[in-house]
Design a protein around this ligand. Structure first.
Ligand code: ADP
Ligand code: MG
Length: 562
């Protein structure tokens, strides 16, 4: 009988393994950019066509590869960066697994041209589906250029999963920004579909780098962290002014020995330091660079090397927390905000009791002249936030903001089908300067938000001019709203229908009455009537409840009458 278990063909294993590293164009950009940095390049040029789906070219001026070495570069587990396992404990490079080039070449066509400074001519090699199809001498500048085309050409199932060019471009720019923010001495140029998206001048200061990569406005809110050192551990970087924040955590960039990582310890230490300063649900922008002795760090946790393990997580936590708390205290006049957790809990409990003892001063049971058709009676408002109604089904408490959000969302949705939202022109256009990532998002969003009343035009490189805003907003509110939309790179990755829904939900949220707002009885009743007419009265567009109801039975049970 024939064996049922057999060893897979190397071509198959290579493609399977490649799947772990090469998911989309951005994964290729990450690997090639890291290789350029490992080759000590001082300049790198990245060109993308169709979000990298059509072509990715990365050229560096690093140390190049010799003609003897070049065929080895495409063999699995072939690397110049380590010789033995022990070398991992002194690792300085991004790469060490020798997997990227063979993985890319197994799912795409790779053309590599390279010349080390000591060689008079360069060498060109073309590899597709793991097979070398061309190799020979070529005249070229020193350094390495890698061109990747025909991505997933032979694996239609994978190709099908790639998203639109705009989405893939957003992923690529995310990777590029993340890597470039972690290194100091690399001049970069990014060209997307023939247009410059990023260009560092010949000498570029740290502030200028931040402004080019994150946009001028974000950079203007950043201040350097006071470097904290303990033994060979060191934390440095930049954090944002506590009076300024973002609605998502996408502006948090962590690096360990230059390597961009996602790390819960660093993240937790950072967010904990901002905890009592930022409103709930708001995040800082931060670039945290941690240096750790390589022997006390495990980078070999996952093939993409985005996760690391620390031998001394407590040292890392304490050092990051100390550096950030200390730097934050410079922003506020009250001095250091270091407070132990017990104090915080005690304070919170105390606050709760004080609040709970206050009389319900807003509870004004005004019997009002309801429209005869209304089957409810308005009882009053609590804390300028909740509305109380007596209904045939029992006591209803409405979250006025959530309810208003639902009403606006439904109206915006219905309205949009026929006429654009009313718009007001601004006397002076507002000019916003953006990061490459934000500019790419803006290009996707501008045509889509036009019928919400926004008129925005590109205005020079990485800059847009807002000429008109929806009339439900003031100019400042509209700019804040736009910043939030443009700054959320996830938005551009959504299918356009979902993206529209999210934009509508945010518009509804921004336009809805905020708490505390004291409503007249008439307005409160109006709100309740409007809510009942919406398609989904029970939740706001973000899924939070708009009301809670206590039936008579519930109330009786609470008072132990049943
Ligand atoms: P790794 O980076 O883990 O070593 P790769 O497959 O990414 O594995 O690259 C294999 C080898 O090819 C590297 O070890 C390096 O010697 C060489 N190489 C790749 N890219 C470059 C480059 N841009 N410049 C110089 N050498 C390179
Ligand atoms: Mg590599």
């Amino acid at each position: 009988m024939a064996n049922r278990i057999h060893i897979l063909d190397p071509d198959v294993t290579m493609k399977i393994a490649a799947g772990e590293i090469i998911e989309r164009p951005a994964s290729i950009v990450k690997e090639l950019l890291e290789n350029a940095i490992d080759a000590q390049a001082s300049t790198v040029k990245i060109e993308l066509k169709e979000g990298g789906k059509e072509e990715i070219v990365i050229a560096d001026n690093g140390h190049g590869i010799t003609s003897q070495d070049i065929p080895f570069a495409f063999l699995r587990y072939a690397t110049s960066k380590i010789n033995s396992l022990e070398d991992l404990s002194s690792l300085k490079s991004f790469g060490f697994r020798g997997e990227a080039l063979p993985s890319i070449a197994s799912v795409a066509r790779v053309e590599m041209i390279s010349r080390p400074p000591e060689q008079a001519t360069g060498i060109k090699i073309v590899v597709e589906e793991g097979k070398t199809i061309e190799q020979g001498e070529i005249g070229c500048p020193t350094g390495t250029q890698v061109r990747v085309t025909r991505l997933f050409h032979h694996i239609p199932a994978r190709k099908k999963f790639l998203k639109s060019a705009a989405t893939e471009k957003a992923y690529c720019l995310e990777v590029i920004t993340r890597i470039l923010l972690g290194v100091d001495n690399l001049r970069a140029e990014v060209i997307i579909d023939g247009r410059h998206s990023l260009l560092f001048p010949s000498s570029v200061s740290t502030e200028e780098r931040l402004a080019l990569l994150l946009g001028r406005e974000v950079a203007s809110h950043l201040a350097p962290i006071r470097t904290a050192v303990e033994g060979q551990y060191r934390v440095s970087g930049f954090i944002s002014d506590p009076n300024w924040h973002r609605t998502n955590s996408k502006g948090i960039y962590c690096y360990v020995n230059q390597r961009p990582v996602r790390d819960v310890i660093i993240n937790h230490a950072l967010l904990q330091a901002y905890k009592n300063i930022l409103p709930p649900g708001k995040y800082p922008v931060a670039i945290i660079r941690l240096e750790v002795p390589p022997s006390e760090l495990d980078v070999n946790v996952h093939p993409t090397k985005m996760e690391v393990r620390f031998e001394n997580p407590k040292t890392v936590y304490a050092l990051v927390a100390e550096a950030i708390l200390h730097s934050l205290s410079k922003f506020t006049p009250e001095g250091p905000m270091v407070m132990d957790i017990h104090n915080r809990i005690e304070e919170a409990v105390e606050r709760y009791y004080v609040e709970a003892k206050k009389p319900l001063r807003d509870l004004n049971p005004l019997p009002i002249e309801d429209k005869p058709s209304d089957d409810f009676v308005y009882l009053g408002q609590i804390n300028g936030c909740f509305l109380l109604f007596q209904t045939p089904q029992g006591l209803v408490i409405i979250d006025q903001h959530a309810a208003h959000e639902r009403i606006l969302f439904d109206r915006l949705n219905e309205r949009d089908l026929c006429t654009p939202l009313a718009s007001q022109s601004l006397l002076l256009p507002i000019v916003m300067s953006l990061s490459p990532q934000e500019f790419a998002s803006a290009e996707t969003l501008i045509p889509e938000i036009k019928d919400f009343g926004f008129e925005i035009e590109p205005f020079g490189p990485q800059t847009v001019a807002i000429k008109a805003v929806p009339s439900i907003f003031s100019a400042e509110e509209a700019t804040l709203f736009l910043r939030e939309m443009i700054g959320n790179s996830d938005l551009c990755k959504l299918p356009s229908r979902e993206r529209r829904n999210q934009i509508l939900a945010s518009l509804a949220c921004k336009g809805a009455i905020s708490a505390p707002t004291y409503l007249t009885a008439e307005k409160a009743c109006h709100l309740f009537r409007d809510l009942k007419e919406t398609k989904n009265p029970a939740t706001c567009p973000h899924g939070r409840p708009t009301f809670v109801r206590f039936t008579s039975e519930d109330l009786e049970k609470m008072f132990k009458r049943r």
